[in-house]
Design a protein around this ligand. Structure first.
Ligand SMILES: Nc1ncnc2c1ncn2[C@@H]1O[C@H](COP(=O)(O)OP(=O)(O)O)[C@@H](O)[C@H]1O
Ligand SMILES: N[C@@H](CCC(=O)OP(=O)(O)O)C(=O)O
Length: 369
């Protein structure tokens, strides 16, 4: 690992570190993480913290522990967030700022740019941003759902050099070590493929974590393609942080792409959600191969879902093959109208005047990664 290049890092802290007794908030394990943050900042490295634990922190305030209704969990998150933030804040002698996000914020390009600007402004003023998902307002459609993926999206938004995921285990093992005594720790992952995902199991049943190793690998995949070196480390032990400070890898290191994706293409591929689909003839695939990436209405077979100008759409073939995610310059309504025109001359004149259906500056080729 090349720690000398770190200018900005994101540290993600899992619930088990905040609530080692499954509920409430303890500074016991947070102390060595806070010291690590202080030492990084003293070296001029900017730090963003993504902290889980609001649900676990708030759960003791709800005596009916049997009721784990989603509304009760949201209330636990709202109540626990204050306690969690104040526990962190007490560990630092510099100011911190709370940022609560949902996927709906991150997948909206304008809000995403605003999040980036806020992060940069806080960091430029030596304030520590502490990010969590805004669990109170999320629904299935709006949420990221786990803070591993959230931390990768934040690391991309912050243009971080490294993402450090602090968990309750030493890193990624070749199988779940809680179920297999012979599981072996992987210290280095160069390529994230299906064989890596196959190693991952879920979170401990009845524990406070969400997602287990699978969401950490998803996070690593998002981060490394943005050029962000990603580490899963054991946050229970101070040794992990001392090793990182010494430039050593204490857990699993996922190697960053040497040539990262362009920022807007990465956002399109890994953060934005397709609001609708456009089903196209196979010949559009050929234009992807020769990099012209021009989509004309005569190639459109069907338009699915409702989307507005500027929304992200998925372009796929009739057989289901996903080709590109792209920003649509047409609403679904207009695209439906133009694609159903029998008069091809009218359609092509219309497109000529109105401009291309998708912008190739805002396009992520799903085949070519
Ligand atoms: N292949 C694996 N290697 C390591 N841990 C694994 C693996 N598969 C499943 N796990 C589980 O993932 C857990 C960590 O994820 P999680 O409980 O979500 O923690 P966190 O709160 O840190 O996000 C581990 O404690 C372990 O039980
Ligand atoms: N937003 C939730 C955290 C969800 C989550 O991903 O938890 P974890 O797997 O412990 O990182 C909370 O604050 O409790």
């Amino acid at each position: 690992m090349n720690r000398a290049n770190w200018k900005r890092i994101v540290i993600k802290v899992g619930s088990a570190l905040i609530a080692p007794n499954q509920q409430g908030c303890s500074s016991h394990y947070l102390l060595s993480i806070a010291q690590f943050i202080v030492k990084c900042r003293a070296e001029g490295i900017q730090v963003v913290l993504v902290s889980s634990g609001s649900v676990a922190a708030g759960s003791h305030m709800f005596p009916d522990q049997e009721n784990t209704d989603i509304a009760v969990k949201k209330a636990m998150a709202a109540a626990g967030q204050t306690e969690m933030i104040s526990t962190w804040d007490k560990l630092f002698d510099f100011p911190s700022a709370q940022i609560l996000l949902t996927h709906a914020d991150l997948r909206d390009r304008e809000r995403y740019v605003s999040i980036r600007e806020t992060l940069f402004s806080l960091l430029d003023n030596q304030i520590l941003p502490i990010v969590n998902e805004n669990d109170t307002v999320t629904t299935d459609k709006l949420k990221v759902g786990d803070n591993d993926n959230l931390s990768a999206m934040v690391a991309a938004a912050a243009d971080a050099d490294a993402l450090i995921i602090c968990s309750d285990i030493d890193g990624l093992y070749d199988k779940n070590p809680h179920e297999n005594d012979d599981a072996k720790l992987l210290s280095w992952v160069e390529n994230i493929d299906e064989s890596i995902y196959a190693m991952a199991g879920g979170a401990v049943k009845g524990g406070v974590g969400t997602g287990g190793m699978r969401t950490k690998i998803e996070a690593a995949e998002k981060a490394v393609s943005h050029g962000i070196d990603t580490f899963i480390i054991n946050g229970f032990t101070e040794l992990s942080f001392n090793m990182l400070l010494d430039g050593k890898n204490p857990g699993t290191h996922f190697q960053a792409y040497e040539v990262p994706m362009k920022e807007n293409v990465h956002w399109m591929r890994h953060t934005s959600n397709a609001q609708g689909e456009v089903i196209v003839e196979s010949n559009f695939e050929a234009s992807l191969e020769d990099n012209s990436e021009e989509l004309t209405s005569s190639e459109i077979i069907d338009v699915k879902g409702e989307f507005s100008v500027g929304d992200t759409i998925l372009v796929r073939k009739d057989d289901g093959t996903k080709l590109v995610k792209a920003k649509s310059n047409y609403s679904s309504c207009l695209l439906n109208f133009i694609a159903k025109q029998d008069n091809e001359e009218f359609a092509s004149e219309f497109e000529e005047k109105t401009g291309p259906i998708i912008s190739n500056q805002h396009l992520a080729n799903l085949e070519k990664e």
